[in-house]
Ligand binder design. Structure first.
Ligand code: UDX
Length: 438
């Protein structure tokens, strides 16, 4: 198949290289010349395990190209909208500016046998409005919705071996058949490998994505709410998570209590979902997501309070080491990162905060000049009055408490991700605190 990806950010770049790797001819389009030049030269604009190799291999096949010239789209058959839908600056809604711009830049180059596919996460009703936009411009190419479910850190795996593929097809039978023919061709290898296929209409496909992310966010906030109760009672949330996770109706995943969820998806998706429900007159249906958001935000402030107490009530002249800045390990993404939120709050209160992250150091340096950045955990912790572990990178999980103790000012560890062994750290002379565990 001949495919363009419109937007070469996280989603689009990984998708483009992945689809080229399974035999398709792919053109990655983006308005950002620097990003396109880098991708064309095999330089990934973000940290994602395995992406360097995948990108280089795909470029070497000659099947993957990148350009800022949208007129090249005329020679391709399927056009996949992969642009971001961030939260609007002044509201909880999703900002669809990039989606509209992507469709508008394609319009002059679309032919009726082409198919436009939406992969971005959008509010329900967006596909209908995009069809209107296409028809208003005289374009008859069908549109289908095909949401992605990729997790950062596992983006290639999730793209090439997804848990499921979802098609949201047009109502018109001829348009639906054409869209389906193109989608089936694009995903032939995955469908042959028995990947479950779920088919619905536009609204269903749009809602599958936000429902999945809202459920995941709810699961995390649920266990974090239980952690709050554990903190008031001396119970251990990780044992509770283990016990309830053994019920296969509940399952063990996404029950890790800690400082909550961040990233470019979960926080903005639950807010956009609530905002859309409000517009549709069903605010009450998603009122619980407001609480999911509140629990999540409370965990961050809880760590700030724990840190203040650990420091005897004042941040003045106190040095705090923060291990982790990315919103999760194996990523350099700091969007809505709980770790960075906490580090910035502590710095704002007057503490001397030193952050270290295996992948996000340069991003922190560029975006938060008020925070000092250290090469590694030992450099960050040198002379620290308290150490906070906020992103569970393997190298932090494997830290030696005896060696780290030699460099800190005060051996006090606040483990925001519940990944260290309390007994081992206490035996090494540390005051060890975690989230919802005694
Ligand atoms: C998410 C969805 O998982 C993915 O399917 C969708 O396509 C995009 O959004 P991602 O944003 O990459 O993916 O991160 P995810 O792995 O879901 O983690 C989100 C946040 O939740 C992270 O900050 C993580 O640390 C936190 N988390 C996750 C927990 O606090 N506890 C858990 O048990 C799991």
């Amino acid at each position: 198949m001949r495919i363009t990806t419109v937007g070469c950010g996280y989603l689009g770049a990984v998708y483009a290289a992945s689809m080229a790797s399974i035999g398709h001819e792919v053109l990655g389009l983006d308005v950002d010349q620097k990003k396109i030049d880098n991708l064309a030269a095999g330089i990934p604009p973000f940290h994602e395990p395995g992406f360097d190799e995948l990108l280089r291999e795909a470029l070497d096949t000659g099947r993957l190209t990148f350009s800022t010239d949208y007129s090249l789209a005329a020679d391709y058959e399927a056009h996949v909208i992969c642009v971001g839908t961030p939260q609007q600056v002044d509201s909880a809604r999703a900002d669809l500016t990039y989606v509209h711009a992507a469709v508008d830049s394609l319009i002059p180059h679309l032919q009726d046998h082409h198919v436009v596919l939406g992969r971005s996460t959008v509010p329900v009703g967006t596909a209908d409005s995009l069809v209107q936009r296409l028809r208003d411009a005289g374009v008859q190419a069908p549109l289908a919705w095909n949401p992605e479910f990729l997790r950062e850190g596992f983006a290639i795996e999730d793209t090439l071996r997804p848990d499921r593929i979802v098609y949201g097809l047009p109502e018109d039978p001829a348009e639906a058949a054409r869209a389906r023919e193109v989608l089936d061709g694009m995903y032939a290898t995955m469908l042959e490998a028995d990947t479950p296929l779920v088919v619905g209409n536009y609204a269903t496909a749009e809602l599958v994505k936000v429902s999945a992310n809202s459920f995941l966010a709810t699961k995390i906030s649920f266990i974090n709410a239980v952690a709050e109760v554990c903190e008031a009672t001396g119970a251990d949330v990780s044992v509770i998570a283990e016990a309830i996770g053994l019920d296969d109706r509940i399952g063990p995943k996404f029950l890790r209590a800690g400082i909550g969820f961040g990233g470019g998806c979960l926080p903005k998706d639950i807010r956009a979902f609530m905002a859309r429900a409000g517009e549709l007159g069903v605010t009450e249906a998603l009122a619980f997501l407001r609480e999911v958001d509140h629990v999540n935000n409370r965990r961050r402030d809880h760590v700030v309070n724990m840190t203040r107490k650990a420091l005897g009530g004042s941040f003045t002249d106190k040095r705090i080491a923060v291990l982790g800045a990315a919103f999760k390990p194996n990523s350099d993404d700091t969007r809505q990162s709980p770790a960075l939120y906490i580090a910035s709050k502590l710095s704002g209160r007057g503490a001397d905060v030193v952050v270290t992250d295996p992948a996000a150091n340069s991003r922190v340096h560029a975006e938060r000049p008020n925070l000092a950045v250290a090469e590694d955990a030992y450099a960050a912790a040198t002379g620290a009055d308290v150490v906070l572990l906020l992103t569970e990178w393997d190298e932090f999980k494997q830290l030696d408490p005896v060696k780290l103790r030699e460099v800190v000012g005060t051996p006090h560890m606040i483990d925001g991700r519940n990944v260290l062994d309390p007994a081992q750290w206490r035996e090494a002379g540390w005051t060890y605190q975690s989230m919802g565990r005694p």
